[in-house]
Design a protein around this ligand. Structure first.
Ligand SMILES: NC(=O)c1ccc[n+]([C@@H]2O[C@H](COP(=O)([O-])OP(=O)(O)OC[C@H]3O[C@@H](n4cnc5c(N)ncnc54)[C@H](O)[C@@H]3O)[C@@H](O)[C@H]2O)c1
Length: 391
């Protein structure tokens, strides 16, 4: 259990900053030894910044006898090739969301991982954060009774954002896939698998560059797929949840997850963070904010950087590393990643065909043990929260 898991990161862009910092400093189970990237200059720069010993090509990482776990932080459209290559090379893989851009590709990867007895973990791991684990505990403790329905809403100007984040112009870049996945992940963590989906959708507009960012280029483009989705999800637990993801509006996010229960209502904070506030509402009572029951609240206490806004990303990697050593399933596992993607694709298919779509996959996600806090002793007790990842 104590033997650290030798880990390499592939993909040295924006989000790698918080992953590299956290994987290097925060989790005792992870031994981050190498980074790789398509452009080796970026990999060298990150290795120097975060004190990582080896800069390797993607092929060298795949061929390494030492590296057990590869963390894939490339854009979604590149995920399938990299994950497949690493699984076939015998590596466990953690990947940023979404696992791939199609369900068929994801099923193939799940099959490869199953055949070879390898772990495949998938973001979002914000579901392991203090906010969503506290909400999960409130539901598991029956604080709102049986969940009967819910609402999940998020909006952005995704076309404008794709001027800066150029990978959003490709597969997996629409608002439902890129950001909606945090809301789907949160709902799955709180309510379990989805039984059926009905949806309407609208495409992104052809985007004429507004030149707010340096990467805009001059030619217009269109983000693929539905950039607005209005859907109804029927969960196996019986809850009916209305989902609205609108990427064709403005960057003033009106995020909302509210779950209505037979005895109370739970408001859940932004699932793209680790510390979204959890509020309990009972009839005739003042609203009550619940104290967090779990650690990993996104507060990064080691050498603050501008990327700390991204919180405790990497906690899913560490939880998977403990699962590998302990021989148990990991919480953000391949079945969870596949089901997230089936729900996203199911909304697209339902919108295009008018049919009800029933996901074929199922998953289980055990809650983390409560009572371990990363803020213990003003952050000096980081290992305290890590204890919650071990079992
Ligand atoms: N940007 C965010 O706010 C954010 C937040 C959470 C998660 N994510 C996810 O993280 C992933 C990466 O996002 P990012 O913002 O860091 O993107 P980015 O474009 O800044 O970085 C991606 C990196 O991957 C490299 N790359 C691309 N294709 C490659 C390949 N085939 N082999 C090796 N390297 C390759 C690029 O050179 C680049 O360095 C995406 O899946 C995204 O959805 C992004």
């Amino acid at each position: 259990m104590d033997r650290r898991v030798q880990t390499a990161v592939v993909g040295c862009g924006m989000i790698s900053n918080i992953y590299l910092k956290n994987l290097k400093n925060l989790f005792h189970i992870i031994d981050l030894t190498a980074v790789g990237n398509r452009s080796m200059a970026a990999a060298k720069e990150k290795a120097e910044t975060y004190g990582i010993d080896h800069v390797m090509t993607i092929d060298e990482i795949a061929a390494s006898d030492e590296i057990e776990l590869v963390v894939n932080l490339t854009p979604a459209y590149a995920h399938y090739d990299i994950i497949k290559k690493m699984l076939l090379a015998g590596k466990h893989v953690w990947t940023e969301k979404t696992m791939t851009v199609t369900v068929d590709q994801a099923r193939e990867l799940v099959d490869i991982a199953n055949e070879r007895g390898l772990y495949l973990g998938v973001a979002p791991d914000t579901v392991l954060g203090a906010g969503l684990q506290t909400a999960r505990r409130a539901i598991d403790m029956d604080m709102i009774g049986k969940v009967t329905s819910g609402v999940a809403v998020i909006n952005r100007d995704q076309a404008l954002n794709s001027e800066y984040y150029t990978f959003l112009r490709g597969g997996g870049g629409s608002l439902p896939y890129d950001l909606g996945v945090y809301y789907i992940g949160a709902l799955l963590c709180l309510l379990g698998p989805v039984k059926a989906i009905r949806a309407f959708g609208a495409p992104a507009p052809v985007h004429e560059p507004e030149f707010l960012y340096v990467n805009a280029g001059t030619e217009p483009w269109r983000i693929p797929g539905s950039n607005v989705i209005s859907a109804s999800l029927q969960f196996e637990c019986g809850a009916l949840v209305s989902v609205l993801f609108d990427g064709n509006t403005v960057n003033a996010s009106q995020h909302n997850i509210t779950l209505f229960g037979s005895r109370g209502i739970l408001k859940v904070g932004d699932p793209n963070t680790f510390n979204g506030p959890v509020t309990l509402v009972y009839a005739g009572q003042p609203e009550c904010r619940l104290p967090f029951t779990h650690g990993y609240d996104g507060a990064n206490t080691i050498a603050p950087t501008p990327f700390d806004y991204y919180g405790h990303r990497g906690v899913g990697v560490a939880e998977m590393a403990y699962a590998i050593r302990g021989g148990r399933p990991n919480r953000c596992g391949k079945e969870y990643g596949l089901h997230c993607l089936e729900v996203l694709e199911g909304m697209e298919v339902s919108a295009a065909t008018g049919r009800t779509v029933e996901p074929a996959s199922r998953f289980e996600m055990q809650p983390l043990a409560p009572g371990y806090y990363s803020s213990f002793m003003n952050g000096m007790g980081q290992g305290d929260a890590e204890r919650s990842l071990m079992d």
